[in-house]
Design a protein around this ligand. Structure first.
Ligand code: MEV
Length: 313
């Protein structure tokens, strides 16, 4: 018997990095997914196949010694088959570009936790989220939990570490155009860099957190009114805060400039240091924004907001 699950990627609209320090963020899931298929096997082994490579190991290995990016799947399978004399075979299929801030690793953790745990019991989404965050911590210890939360529950949400998430109920009239710098990043390393910026600039960082918190509250009001121009201005303001904490670079700045020429606003999404930027558009400037990026040879696509989150089959 097979168990299948798929989870969406994500865009952080506002608040990445600051969310690690308790500030509220606003995120949405996108219509690009990771699908994981899990199957019990007789042999007491964990086998993982994906388009970024394979991993085949006996259970109960020391997780800290495993170097593969597929480690979260191993962690999940190993945890779930404890005291059961069987193995697990896992297949991973992805539509999400890897390591560029669009939630590929959190979608892997969520879809993996769902597919594997549902081989044994009908696990509720809240439990799957807990498992997914544990698995994510094997590659990125200091996660805020925001990414796995949006990949599990989908839609648009506000999230903070203390209160968790609440969905934002509204009909988005905007489109997001994503452009990929094709510079892969390690979220863990960039989060560490931000931590050292904070330690060297405590007062400035604390002011930035206050400003970001205020910005997010303003955004919640603008979302209610579907005020797309106002939202664009907030996106540009948030990008300035991200520049200040040092997660941007020359290529990203060029891309933000291109995005801003025809859209309402553009910023990094996710950890930064490379990865993707997004531009906010509506029907009037969607094609023009895509063309601007493509004319300058950037990989670029528009995404719709996914309203479903985790799906199981
Ligand atoms: C990464 O997608 C988002 C960060 O804020 C880290 C986190 O929230 O765990 C940079």
């Amino acid at each position: 018997m097979e168990s299948k699950a798929s989870a969406p990627g994500k865009v952080i609209l506002f608040g990445e990095h600051f969310v690690v320090y308790g500030v509220k963020a606003i995120l949405c899931s996108i219509d690009k997914r990771i699908t994981v298929t899990a199957e019990k096997i007789k042999e007491n082994k964990i086998l993982i196949k994906s388009n970024i490579g394979n991993l085949e190991l006996e259970p109960n290995k020391d997780i800290s010694k495993i170097k593969s990016p597929l480690k979260p799947f191993y962690y999940l399978a190993n945890k779930i088959i404890q005291n059961k004399n069987i193995g697990i075979k896992i297949k991973v299929e992805s539509e999400i570009p890897l390591g560029v801030g669009l939630g590929s690793s959190s979608a892997c953790c969520v879809a993996g936790a769902a597919a594997i745990s549902r081989l044994f019991s009908d696990t509720p989404k809240e439990e799957i989220l807990k498992l997914a965050i544990e698995a994510e911590k094997t590659i990125f210890q200091n996660t805020s939990g925001a990414d796995c939360t949006i990949c599990t529950f989908g839609g648009i949400m506000q999230y903070d570490k203390e209160n968790g998430f609440s969905k934002i109920k509204f009909e988005p009239k905007f489109h997001l155009v994503i452009a990929n710098s094709n510079i892969k990043h390690s979220t863990e390393l960039i989060v560490k860099d931000v931590k050292s910026f904070k330690e060297k600039n405590e007062d400035e960082f604390s002011n930035l957190c206050k400003n970001e918190g205020k910005l997010v509250e303003d955004v919640l009001e603008l979302l209610k009114k579907n005020n797309i121009k106002g939202l664009g201005e907030k996106i540009n303001e948030n990008q300035r805060y991200l520049e200040t904490i040092g997660i941007s670079n020359e290529k990203i700045r060029k891309m933000i400039q291109i995005g801003k020429e025809s859209s309402f606003g553009a910023k990094i999404t996710g950890a930064g240091g490379g990865g993707c930027v997004f531009a906010l558009t509506d029907d009037t400037n969607l094609n023009e924004t895509i063309n601007q990026f493509r004319n300058k040879n950037y990989e670029c696509f528009s995404v719709k907001i996914d309203l479903e989150g985790l799906n199981t089959f």
